[in-house]
Design a protein around this ligand. Structure first.
Ligand code: PLP
Length: 244
């Protein structure tokens, strides 16, 4: 797959640099509005469909944390990544694919069932590591979305804390797409409250929320990591042959 990417044009590279400057400015402004320090928020570059060349450009600009959605795409591109890049898995993860990524990522953000948590824990133990994870919460309550409900979260957190190959470091959410800022704030505020409640149960330090369309609101509501794809790399192009 890595070979499928045509070399990037100078225009494409320039566009990424310009978008990155805008994103950093927006992050700084949202942090200032919320009385937070800019370095409290990690900017993750979400890499799906993006060529390693452009991803490395972002890494060279100091965006060291990459977010991967798809196991196969990740495995096909990772050899081309800068060695300084730190990869986290953010997509839906099938238990039978855990072994393929367990020694290649620094954190898994998308744990939403005990079944998956157990599979990660077992694979991590076999590799002699403890894998940090985030629990994915379906804060919008949408039926089609992955993520555990707010009601089920305390129980899953408790169960995860008993597994020795895995460590819960925080929460992640993908809210329903929404352009209304007050609605975004309502959702993220609910998530922030849940995060604070869960911090009574475990030493959580990462709240992963906010994407291209809503990261400003997420930062105002306490996000410590925002996952940005299209606002950094441009609209995603899916070749007809690669539809999933
Ligand atoms: C694709 C994706 C993102 C980034 O989406 P953009 O809207 O392009 O920023 C963030 N998080 C997850 C889990 C994703 O799959």
């Amino acid at each position: 797959m890595a070979n499928e990417f045509a070399p990037c044009t100078a225009e494409q590279k320039q566009a990424v640099l310009e978008r990155l400057a805008v994103i950093r400015q927006n992050i700084a402004e949202s942090c200032a509005e919320a009385g937070r320090q800019t370095d409290e928020v990690t900017l993750m570059a979400v890499t799906k469909t993006v060529s390693p060349e452009l991803i490395n450009l972002a890494v060279d600009q100091g965006v060291h944390v990459l977010g991967e959605n798809r196991v196969q795409e990740f495995l096909s591109k990772r050899d081309a990544y800068r060695s300084s890049a730190e990869v986290q898995f953010i997509g839906h993860l099938q238990t039978n694919k855990v072994r393929q990524i367990i020694d290649k990522v620094s954190l898994i953000q998308s744990v939403d069932s005990l079944h998956l948590a157990e599979a990660i824990s077992k694979a991590a133990e076999q590799n002699g590591i403890v894998m940090p994870v985030l629990l994915e919460v379906n804060i919008g309550g949408e039926e089609s979305k992955s993520g555990v409900s707010a009601q089920e979260l305390p129980k899953l957190l408790e169960q995860v804390q008993k597994l020795s190959g895995i460590r819960a470091d925080g929460l992640m959410t993908i809210p329903p797409p929404c352009t209304d800022e007050s609605e975004q704030m309502r959702t993220f505020t609910a998530m922030q409250q849940l995060y604070r409640q869960m911090q009574q149960l475990a030493p959580l330090k990462i709240l992963s929320m906010g994407m291209s369309g809503d990261y400003a609101a997420a930062i105002r509501c306490g996000a410590t990591l925002v996952r940005i794809g299209s606002a950094l790399f441009g609209a995603r192009y899916y070749p007809p042959s690669a539809q999933q």
